[in-house]
Write a protein that binds this ligand. Sequence first.
Ligand code: ZN
Length: 387
Amino acid sequence: MHAFRRGREYDRKRRYFSRSLGWYRKGLNSEDPIDRLLAFWSALEGISSQYFRHSERTKEGIFNQICDCFDQLWGNVDNWKVIPGNAKVVNEFYAFRNGIAHGFMNVNVKAIREISARLDLYQTLVHTFLLDWESNGYMIEKTASARISTAQHLNLCRRLKMENNTLIDRLIQLEEDIRYGEYATQDEPEFIHRPGTIPILISAPHGAVHTRGGEEKEEDEYTGGLAQLIGEKTGAHVLYARRKSNTDPNVDPNACYKKKLKEIVDNYKIYFLLDIHGVRADRCFGIELGTARGESCSAEVKNLIINLLNENGFSTDDPVPLKRLRVDERFAGAGGDNKETVIGFVKNLGITAAQLELNAHLRIPERRRDASKKEPFTGDKEMIEQM
Ligand SMILES: [Zn+2]
């Protein structure tokens, strides 16, 4: 036993090996041939049942799992130590063990003589196996645990994927609060503030149909749902349009939406606002960041947002249009004649702000039947999840 002096140390680091050593020791200390046989077998089984490689063969059970661990340690059956080319010995060992353990072997004098005649061989086999496993089995254990953690990692990915599916479901559910083409009533306000716990406000002023210069403009589909979803995930405040408006909450200087904005900014000491909009599917970019050409936030904040978008797979030079980021081009959010965008409005209140224009592919999981655009449309769900 001096070969296994380090047994105690293994209790912590190599649990299964240590347990097998325990069985071997028990076998050595036992007088009874039946107990010895069962203990030696358990020493083989303890390691092998943990570290066999998964295959059609090892699926069949412990006998093949033990043979596989011999293979891993010694190479193929012809190179096995103690019993080269003789897997039959293991098979017979297994048959004795099963006969005893499952009670279908008549343990008479003859059987005990047969078992005793083989115990020396079994003991040598197990002893040699454990000795070699102590030194060379360590790498096998490491490889196996790497295999296990890879499997766990894949499971985790699958779980996250499921969570993402739930994310899309939740987005669709939150968007249900919005009626694109229905005016507000006494019970159904045009926009809603969902209070948060951090001083950041997510705004979606075009969540429903709105009116600009006397003309109806279609909703930025799913921006209201996205704003709510971000609020749920981050604890940010959310203000979003949920009914048709005869103003343009984004650009009319006197829209009620703006009054509500000011109230929230004042009451909750908001220091950053993100305004979410949508552009058509055929635009040649995924996201355009608007900062009123650098006026709604500092260069530092602007770069911070650009870096964040870069980290999430959007960059100005991406050849894939949906992954392309534009900054302060057509949709800078700078406003104009008698137009004051949300970000311009809060900038004048002293708040840092930015707006995001999202391509339809990045926000619409499935176009709703009440949408202004009538043709069916399905966005890129994977990209929506990633956002
Ligand atoms: Zn918009």
